[in-house]
Ligand binder design. Structure first.
Ligand code: MF3
Ligand code: CO
Ligand code: CO
Length: 263
């Protein structure tokens, strides 16, 4: 399957789905406090998407090959959890860092975005990891324009992460997105400049680097979904859905509460 170039009509729908996904993160922000469970955050986001936004939460029952159906409506990945953390009875406590990953479906199109949240006051190390990971995402985004290559995106991310002594997770990547949750291309968060596919106006994909404070290796928990760092080091991730425009990029998952770009 080739990369789908979105029409102006599709792009307009993806702007809406993308903004709605960002607005779920805005909505949930004040609830991310010590004592709340990830299951409660999932329920709040689910009800907001379904009852307020009229969206479908894409993760719920999502079952890619080799996976059991995902049982919840968001992903909540705490501390050394890298991604795909399944919400449950775990209570967040002061000092935790948590990634909340939201994917909405509106009028048949997907929007996919995630942010890191501090529960109370994070350690200096945890805060720095979250900040550098945010810079990594934006350095990747800023590479996006027609004629650039996906290796340019990956290289910008990898260089920045490794400069700070962090590592880039290899097993998961960004992805094309549209009518389907995960489309071509795969967007690696590491690589060499001038390699990989050439970007073209109308492509839409996510950039969602997972950056570990320790080694890059990960493993899956027995729930069949949650991914953790093998060495139990902290991990951080941010995600936006990005359109390639004639002159550069447009971030489709911005909302009123998005943190400003760092550069
Ligand atoms: N939102 C994740 C991504 O960025 C995918 C989650 S799949 C799920 O690609 F089933 F765990 F929700
Ligand atoms: Co994604
Ligand atoms: Co996501």
């Amino acid at each position: 399957m080739a990369i789908i170039i979105k029409t102006p009509e599709e792009i307009e729908k993806m702007r809406i789905a993308g903004r709605l996904a960002g607005e779920v993160l805005d909505y949930i922000t004040p609830f991310v406090q010590p004592g709340v469970t990830t299951g409660e955050l999932d329920r709040l986001c689910h009800d907001y998407m379904v009852n307020v936004q009229g969206c479908i939460p894409a993760p719920l029952n999502y079952a890619p090959p080799g996976h059991r159906p995902y049982p919840k409506s968001i992903c909540a990945s705490v501390n050394h959890q890298v991604c795909h953390g399944v919400p449950g009875d775990r209570k967040l406590k002061a000092g935790d860092i948590v990634n909340l990953d939201i994917t909405t479906i509106k009028n048949g199109y997907h929007g996919d975005t995630s942010r890191m949240f501090y529960v109370g006051e994070p350690s200096i190390q945890a805060r720095r990891l979250c900040e550098v990971s945010y810079e990594c995402m934006w350095l990747g985004i800023q590479q996006v324009k027609p004629g650039a290559r996906l290796g340019d995106v990956g290289h910008a991310i990898q260089t920045h992460a490794e400069k700070h002594g962090y590592s880039v997770v290899r097993e998961f990547c960004g992805h094309g997105i549209g009518k389907k949750f995960h489309e071509e291309p795969q967007v690696l968060h590491y690589g060499k400049p001038g390699t990989g596919i050439e970007l073209q106006a109308g492509m839409v994909f996510t950039i969602e680097p997972m950056i570990n404070a320790g080694k890059r290796d990960v493993r899956q928990l027995g729930d069949g979904w949650t991914i953790v760092t093998k060495d139990h080091s902290l991990s951080a991730q941010w995600e936006h859905t990005v359109l390639v425009t004639e002159t550069g990029y447009e971030v489709l998952t911005l909302s009123a509460g998005s943190p400003p770009p760092p550069f």
